[in-house]
Design a protein around this ligand. Structure first.
Ligand code: DX5
Ligand code: ZN
Length: 236
């Protein structure tokens, strides 16, 4: 374990926001660490959302950093353009990339943090040597494509193995989880070692997204903070 606790970040997903009012939907999550922008192409996943022109406008107007999650094919060609748009972080799926190391380097060279995502059935072990090339590892906790799905508890061992590898290699790589994060599941995900949490319905589905963010952050941070050893108060 690192000596100081990991910082818990809450990145609400605009997939659960009102797509016709995106600017005002951003204003409802002003206390978030970043906004998670789900880009889907109806090829890599069976759903279609927004593309580069809309993301560029979000980047222009957003008061908080953009964290793009590219669920698209041909990602080696597309992802660098999202980095060129000035996004804080760009995450590609390793299953969609022909050259993930080259792509991660390209994203960093263009000024974005490099994130790499794994579908639920993609093991993390083949990619552990790549950790120094990454700023973030996204472990999907649902099948990508839709919001509002149930958290896959079967992903917890993968999160634990990823955390052990990150801590063991001493690299500064955030572990993001995405899918089914709620006030209930965030504690298990954080205890397993995730420190960046995407939440769509658990934020935008609430009357006050800002309060939902605070509440999720408090629960996540508590789970990330090592417990003080219990003092033995019994006289011997
Ligand atoms: C799913 C997306 C997620 C989605 C999460 O493929 O990548 O970001 O919006 O939504 P919730 O938090 O509702 O599971
Ligand atoms: Zn996502």
């Amino acid at each position: 374990m690192p000596s100081s606790p990991l910082k818990c970040c809450i990145n609400p997903s605009i997939l659960s926001a009102d797509f016709v009012n995106l600017a005002s939907e951003l204003a409802r999550i002003s206390n978030a660490d970043a906004v998670h922008v789900d880009v889907m192409d109806n090829d890599f996943v069976p759903n279609l959302t927004i593309g580069l022109p809309v993301v560029e406008r979000l980047q222009d107007v957003s008061p908080i950093p953009l964290d793009a999650h590219l669920m698209i094919s041909n990602v080696d060609r597309w992802a660098p353009q999202f980095a060129d748009a000035g996004l804080s972080s760009v995450t590609f799926h390793v299953e969609a990339s022909d050259a993930p190391i080259k792509l991660a380097r390209e994203l960093r060279a263009r000024g974005a943090k490099a994130g790499m995502a794994l579908r639920p059935a993609t093991p993390v072990e083949p990619y552990l040597d790549m950790l120094p090339e990454l700023d973030m590892l996204l472990i999907m906790t649902v099948e990508p494509g839709f919001g509002g799905q149930a958290f896959l508890d079967v992903m917890l061992p993968k999160i634990r193995r990823a955390r052990a590898a990150v801590d063991g290699s001493g690299v500064d790589v955030a572990i993001q989880v995405d899918g089914g994060i709620t006030e209930e599941t965030i504690t298990r995900a954080a205890e397993a070692g995730a420190n960046v949490f995407v939440a769509g319905s658990a934020v935008y589905g609430k009357a006050s997204p800002e309060e939902a963010i605070e509440s999720l952050r408090a629960k996540g941070q508590l789970a990330l903070t090592p417990k003080a050893p219990r003092l033995n108060t019994t006289a011997s």
